[in-house]
Design a protein around this ligand. Structure first.
Ligand code: AMP
Length: 193
């Protein structure tokens, strides 16, 4: 089963994706994680995208589609792929459809995780505070100004995907509020239903 987790920053996509990796032998493909890895490895691409990411804007479609293409051509997970933070634009969504087709795979479902904006701000601030307290690196884009830019990017560039996948009959929406376990149960219901 290949699925997309769709939702604004702080909706809990990464948290839920990591649970599905454990419980369903799926593979999480997070373009955000891949871009952060490129940055910490000091690659040319990593250096080129650093400022864009810190500001909270989107990197080019070409870069993230390239990252995803590489993964889809690689190892095939038993439980399928979880696309987390990709696609974020209509062009990326089209490209994903094509890439899956080329590899003989299909997209099973898209789960939109709905969370109120004020909760998102709170969650992102908590994530930064917890990382700092644990002595872990704080994401440079987990600050109030970048978060505003990231939310705007979500509403302007990514939320049209809700209509796009609805029209394809692939969209499901779940309430992303509440405890991690509660959300995981709603997500499971969407995947198994
Ligand atoms: P995330 O970890 O998913 O919140 O992503 C962190 C940042 O990486 C985003 O704010 C963007 O700057 C960049 N990014 C991640 N995924 C994408 C994508 N699919 N398209 C464009 N930019 C992305």
């Amino acid at each position: 089963m290949n699925i997309i987790l769709l939702g604004p920053p702080g909706a809990g996509k990464g948290t839920q994706a990591r649970r599905l990796v454990e419980t369903r032998k799926m593979m999480q493909l997070s373009t955000g994680d891949m871009l952060r890895e490129a940055q910490s490895s000091g690659s040319e691409m990593g250096k080129r995208v650093a400022d864009v990411i810190a500001r909270g804007e989107l990197v080019t479609d070409e870069i993230v589609i390239g990252l995803i293409r590489e993964k889809l051509e690689g190892e095939r997970p038993e439980g399928g792929f979880i696309f987390d933070g990709f696609p974020r634009t209509l062009a990326q969504a089209d490209a994903l459809g094509e890439l899956l087709g080329e590899e003989g795979m299909t997209l099973d479902t898209v789960v939109e995780m709905r969370v109120d904006d004020d909760v998102l701000v709170e969650r992102v601030e908590n994530r930064a505070r917890e990382a700092a307290a644990a002595g872990e690196p704080v994401r440079p884009d987990d600050n109030a100004e970048s978060l505003r830019t990231r939310l705007m990017a979500y509403y302007k560039q990514t939320s049209p995907l809700i209509g796009y996948y609805h029209a394809k009959g692939k969209l499901q929406s779940i309430n992303g509020l509440g405890q991690i376990d509660e959300v995981a149960e709603r997500l499971s219901g969407a995947l198994d239903g």
